[in-house]
Design a protein around this ligand. Structure first.
Ligand SMILES: [Mg+2]
Length: 227
């Protein structure tokens, strides 16, 4: 992303983090970038502006309040459209969950993005096959058709690709490639990132209950497998 030390720099690239309950990961990165102070964590969940679902704070580079889900992508499409109208060069990235892709608001904004050839919009789907406390297959996805998301996006007119979501280099190169393709074909883009919820903590991986709860000391002893 094209960023500067000033989080409110007008021409910065935007990130809309639609799956807002995963904001802890975003906060850690914003702290690494210097947009949050390391001690902002001290009051986390205890009066802090860092809430369980992210809330907009431009001075901290948090671009949009999200959660309820299904609203980040419409906002991101609007930002990308605004950039296009104003002939600004910034790009808009939007990270969505695979569960929230069931929501109709997303498919309205996808049609909008295609109609207005928003080549400056890149969507990344965290495809962990879980939504809240259950598996996609048990909620609304037809069993055995977990790979339908890419087909759906392509049918609506997006440039599409996929990657292993825990391989950062592969993800970065996939995003670069799909942006190039989108520019050439005048299409917004999406990368479906294949992920495992709770990746790296052996007690937590792919177990729905950890959507809300913390691991116990004994569970943490099961170890990690970060690459
Ligand atoms: Mg999910």
């Amino acid at each position: 992303m094209n960023l500067s030390a000033d989080p409110e720099w007008e021409n910065r690239d935007r990130l809309v983090f639609s799956k807002a309950h995963g904001g802890y990961g975003l906060y850690a990165i914003l702290a690494d970038l210097g947009y949050l102070k390391q001690d902002d964590w001290q009051t986390f969940y205890n009066g802090s502006f860092l809430s369980g679902c992210i809330e907009r704070s431009e001075k901290h580079a948090i671009e949009a309040s999200c959660g309820s889900l299904g609203h980040g992508l419409p906002m991101a499409a609007g930002m990308a459209f605004g950039a296009k109208l104003q002939k600004k060069g910034y790009r808009v990235y939007c990270i969505v969950g695979d569960g929230e892709m069931q929501e109709g608001s997303n498919w309205e904004s996808i049609q909008f993005a295609v109609k207005y050839e928003l080549t400056n919009l890149t969507v990344i789907v965290d495809h962990n096959k879980l939504q809240a406390m259950d598996y996609l297959d048990d909620v609304l996805t037809i069993k055995g058709r977990k790979d339908d998301l890419q087909k759906k996006f392509r049918a609506f007119g997006f440039a599409t690709g996929s990657c292993r979501g825990h391989h950062i280099r592969e993800m970065a190169s996939s995003i670069q490639r799909i942006i190039g393709l989108g520019k050439a074909r005048k299409k917004p883009q999406v990368i479906i990132a294949d992920t495992i919820k709770g990746y790296g903590l052996l007690c937590m991986e792919n177990i729905p209950k950890f959507h809300f709860r913390l691991p116990s000391g004994d569970e943490l002893k099961m170890g990690t497998r970060y690459e």
